[in-house]
Design a binder for this molecule. Structure first.
Ligand SMILES: Cc1ncc(COP(=O)(O)O)c(C=O)c1O
Length: 442
């Protein structure tokens, strides 16, 4: 049933907003996440009983299997598994030899982990703007930010939304820059039909337990560049010598990178139990991504007519919904985003704002950051970098309006989507009461 404004009728008992003392709609059930198959558990158990428990290279059967499966799935020649997404991105930058003196143009609208490998390699992040609807790196703004020290562009496919990889690839090629993708939230997202990860010179992915391809803690990089692959390996794998040759024994390991210096690097290798989980989780990832997508469609259908939020569209790509992002429309709602979020949360909707401070506004990245000074703020201070005057209006607009929901509904769940939608519809139908509440609160 719909009312005059086209909104679905609220369920019984939905008379007063929960924020104002009424009964809540209730929280939609969320499946346990991540979910491992019986086969995955059996394989982990088998490995625990039989080992070996350290995977120094593709020679380890489970590590080799995981790297082959991931490379094939991405359609990229080489995969190097790592202990985390952070490790993958750091190894990617090491593989590209991005170091002191270099500038990397990147997005301010991301998790800090996409910036920290730049800082930790002694390079300088230069923040370009993002589009205000999706929060994805704007190629025009990147172009304007290119300077004599720029060596690379690092793009994040935030929330599972694919960035404009055609424009960014063209720009990188035209200017002789490396392109790095952070696909940590976007396994399986496509730009013009091709999976993200295959556009960059090298791309890093997180596979920690909350991600689309979820293990416990893991990551990987994929690259079509042989030089980047070997140099990344060189910097992030223990082993060497004759007894434990590790990756140096892999076919093709360049002899000019020998002698291999054990311990002059990071312990970034993948734990082998997670190698098993990577393979087994990957096998069901496409089906889970499809279910997430269908659930989002159901949710959007349920909130048709709700004018207080707008969902971005994706003319150039197919996102995967690690999170669903929406944009608040204050001109319609007539209340603050905080009040609107509080009303939805009181009804049971799991809404929040994922990024409340963009990276260029982080206090710890200011040259006058309060003590104690930390390594990365000290590095920026010494490099004479100050983001205080940086104006990124697209990013500001996205931060101001953005509303997110974690989206781990990996089975078709019409009931959960209807319940979630009902919370938005109920709040929409009581905007007058909410405005009055805001007015009284001053
Ligand atoms: C965009 C982004 N980049 C990088 C990372 C780092 O991944 P990890 O936590 O596996 O180090 C994460 C997740 O935490 C992320 O969301």
């Amino acid at each position: 049933m719909t009312n005059a404004s086209g909104l679905a009728a609220p369920p019984a008992g939905a008379g007063t907003l929960a924020l104002l003392g009424g009964d809540p709609i209730g929280a939609p059930t969320r499946p346990q996440y991540p979910r491992f198959t019986d086969r995955a558990r059996e394989r982990v158990d088998e490995l625990l009983r039989t080992g070996p428990m350290v995977g120094l290279s593709k020679e380890h059967p489970q590590v080799g299997e995981a790297e082959a499966a991931i490379a094939t799935w991405h359609g990229v020649e080489r995969c190097l598994t790592t202990a985390s997404g952070h490790a993958a991105l750091h190894a990617a930058l090491i593989g590209l030899e991005i170091t002191a003196g270099a500038e990397v143009i990147t997005t301010p609208y991301s998790w800090g982990a996409s910036t920290s490998p730049i800082l930790h390699n002694g390079a300088v992040p230069v923040y370009a703007d993002v589009d205000p609807d999706r929060g994805l790196l704007d190629p025009d703004s990147v172009r304007e930010a290119i300077g004599p020290r720029t060596e690379a562009i690092l793009v994040t496919h935030i929330f599972g939304q694919p960035a404009d990889m055609t424009a960014l690839r063209e720009l990188a090629d035209a200017k002789g820059l490396a392109l790095i993708e952070d696909g940590s939230q976007a396994h399986g997202a496509r730009h013009r039909g091709r999976r993200v990860g295959c556009f960059g010179d090298v791309s890093g992915f997180s596979c920690m337990g909350g991600k689309l391809l979820a293990t416990t803690e893991a990551g990987y990089l994929v690259t079509g560049r042989e030089d980047v692959y070997w140099k990344a390996i060189l910097s992030c794998q223990h082993a060497g010598g004759t007894e434990h040759p590790g990756r140096t024994a892999e076919p093709g390991f360049p002899s000019d990178l020998l002698p291999f210096s054990d311990s002059l690097n990071y312990t970034y290798r993948l734990g082998v139990l997670n190698a098993v989980l990577l393979v087994e989780q990957l096998a069901k990832l496409d089906a889970e991504n499809d279910a997430r997508r269908r659930n989002r469609d159901r949710f959007l259908e349920a909130i048709e007519g709700v004018g207080s939020v707008r969902a971005p569209d994706y003319p150039d790509g197919d996102p995967v919904f690690h999170m669903v992002t929406l944009n608040f429309v204050p001109e319609h709602a007539g209340v603050s985003k905080e009040t609107y979020l509080a009303a939805l949360q009181a009804e049971g909707a799991p809404v929040f704002s994922y990024i409340t401070t963009p990276l260029h506004r982080l206090e710890r990245l200011r040259p006058d950051t309060p003590a104690p000074r930390v390594m990365w703020s000290e590095h920026l201070r010494r490099a004479g970098v100050d983001y205080a005057a940086l104006e990124l209006p697209g990013c500001d607009a996205k931060v101001e309006r953005s509303i997110e929901m974690s989206w781990n509904w990996i089975d078709d769940d019409p009931a959960a989507m209807a319940q979630l939608g009902a919370a938005f519809v109920k709040v929409e139908q009581h905007l007058d009461a909410l405005r009055e509440h805001d007015r009284r609160a001053g």
